[in-house]
Design a protein around this ligand. Sequence first.
Ligand code: RB5
Length: 142
Amino acid sequence: MIALGCDHGGFELKKEIIKYLEANNIAYKDFGCDDTSAVDYPVYAKKVANAVVSKECDKGILICGTGIGISIAANKVKGIRAALCTDCFSAEATRQHNDANVLCLGGRVVGAGLAVKIVDTFLNTDFSGDERHIKRIAQIED
Ligand code: RB5
């Protein structure tokens, strides 16, 4: 189950991500927001982050205008490793190296075509499980 959240700057891109998830039969839970009225991104970052750390959802996707604010907010929740990605290389690497559990995107930064490929890469790349990466992730948690 994928937890989805956005603010008004990410709402349009979230609709494109939902199309991709539905086309690929990937279950998701949408934590809002629900239109382009101005809202505060930390609210949605917290909802998605809590759904991931509680294991209600396996991973999260958060979208604001730049992806920056919502990633900063999500990373305040212990156990969250939120990665702002603007390219597929980073999306792959952050799964392999950081075991990132939340992907952040900027709705005003990446187009829908690239964003969907980033999501696809993120969701289909496993953590490497290498000792050196496990050690570094444990250091982050500490
Ligand atoms: C909202 O205008 C904008 O500040 C927000 O979507 C995001 O880009 C913040 O980092």
